[in-house]
Write a protein that binds this ligand. Structure first.
Ligand code: PLP
Length: 397
């Protein structure tokens, strides 16, 4: 049996039609399959590989740390320099109130921990999330998910979770003295890249403050330069009470985090002690990798080039088959008539060596969220291939 057959037999599947491409190496913007075919990566492992695959500085940091020490003890008991250095660097790049980091294993675990922290801090029971939001698929995070299709099979979910419409001024009244927190993405990525109205987000920030509810901003997909700012919330000139990090945080290794004020996070240390505890959260190898990747991003300032590359994609991606292009930096949704059309286009792109996919709540939209290191020539090449595919698909539609 070959690897693909063993994969289908012994590795649990999450869909009935996995891509099942066998990638044997990945470097920079490129992935290579078992047959030597190369793919230009347009999705960066879903906004993970922001500085590309296997950056030499990240590889070096991983092997150095792997040889020094790996797992020593559950989170929080020992001084581990990759955690300390990374937390300090993150704090230096955030507003002064966001000065303390709790590292987790994943984005979903950061969501879980933030839900608990909000309840513990406010003594309140309710959490507000948005329709078509995505914060992970563990039980608590799934309770926040804004789509009944994805939630329903796993009921009962958490009580006290209220769903509201994004960009709806009417929802502000839902935030009241029972609200522990409002969880929000600064861009609704999986809805097909929907941005908040600045006025609405400002009003939501104000309403949370007035009512004593915490504003939790999920930067798991938008952080680390994806939108052209280091953090998605920086586009709206507001300061959250808690931010959630994941994906690019680990530089390709598994890592999540919540960042808040030290006083707030200190609540996990008492009443009860060990308020959130995790064996592998903040793994030293993951922290070393993430730290190295973040240093590269800050030094090379790839996020500063994001808007220009976004504009280039937008200028080039013009075709009668495209209904709309929505974007927030290098998080781009290209909308087609329906999922069937999109799937045909995506499959043809993969065939031509362009790796892309769709969005969870917007299957009619193609995802373009490449590593931020993509060059302008690679943007042109990708757009040209997409347009070629569109001509072919359009002709036979
Ligand atoms: N929040 C957002 C906005 C995400 O995009 C994701 C993952 O796609 C998560 C949370 C969950 O992160 P993880 O898959 O690491 O649990």
């Amino acid at each position: 049996m070959n690897q693909r057959q063993l994969f289908l037999r012994h590795v649990a599947q999450t869909s009935d039609a996995p891509l099942a491409l066998e990638i044997v190496k990945a470097k920079g913007m490129q992935m290579e399959d078992v047959n030597g075919k190369k793919y230009l990566d347009l999705i960066a492992g879903i906004s993970v590989c922001n500085i590309g695959h296997c950056h030499p500085k990240v590889v070096k940091a991983i092997s150095r740390q792997a040889g020094l020490y790996q797992h020593l003890m559950v989170y929080g008991e020992l001084v581990q320099s990759p955690q300390v250095e990374y937390a300090s660097l993150l704090a230096s790049q955030l507003p002064s109130s966001l000065n303390c980091v709790y590292f987790t294993n994943s984005g979903a675990e950061a969501t879980e921990a933030a839900m608990k922290l909000a309840k513990r801090a406010t003594g309140r029971t309710n959490i507000i999330a948005f329709n078509q939001s995505y914060h992970g698929t563990t039980q608590g995070a799934l309770s926040l998910m804004g789509d009944e299709y994805w939630r329903n099979a796993f009921r009962p979910l958490l009580p006290g979770v209220l769903h509201a419409d994004y960009n709806d001024f009417g929802m502000l009244d839902l935030v009241d003295q029972h609200t522990a927190a409002v969880f929000i993405e600064p861009i609704q990525a999986e809805r097909g890249v929907i941005a908040p109205q600045k006025k609405w987000l400002t009003a939501l920030r104000k309403r949370c403050k007035e009512q004593g509810a915490l504003l939790v901003v999920d930067e798991i997909q938008t952080g680390f330069g994806r939108t052209g700012e280091l953090w998605g919330f920086a586009n709206y000139k507001l300061v959250p009470d808690i931010i959630l990090l994941g994906k690019a945080l680990g530089g390709g290794q598994p890592l999540g985090a919540l960042v808040a004020n030290r006083q707030l996070l200190q609540l996990f240390a008492s009443g009860p002690v060990l308020g959130h505890i995790t064996t592998f959260g903040g793994h030293p190898v993951s922290c070393a990798a993430g730290l190295a990747a973040f240093k590269v991003l800050l030094k090379e300032k790839y996020h500063r080039e994001v808007k220009e590359k976004e504009r280039l994609f937008r200028v080039l991606l013009q075709h009668p088959a495209i209904k709309e292009v929505r974007s927030a930096g290098l998080l781009i949704a290209v909308e087609f008539a329906d999922f069937a059309t999109n799937k045909k286009i995506i499959d043809a792109c993969i065939d031509k060596g362009l790796f892309t996919d769709w969005f969870l709540f917007a299957p009619q939209c193609m995802r373009i969220a490449p590593p931020l290191i993509i060059t302008k020539n690679q943007v042109r090449k990708a757009a040209k291939l997409i347009l070629q595919v569109l001509d072919e698909v359009h002709k036979y539609a």
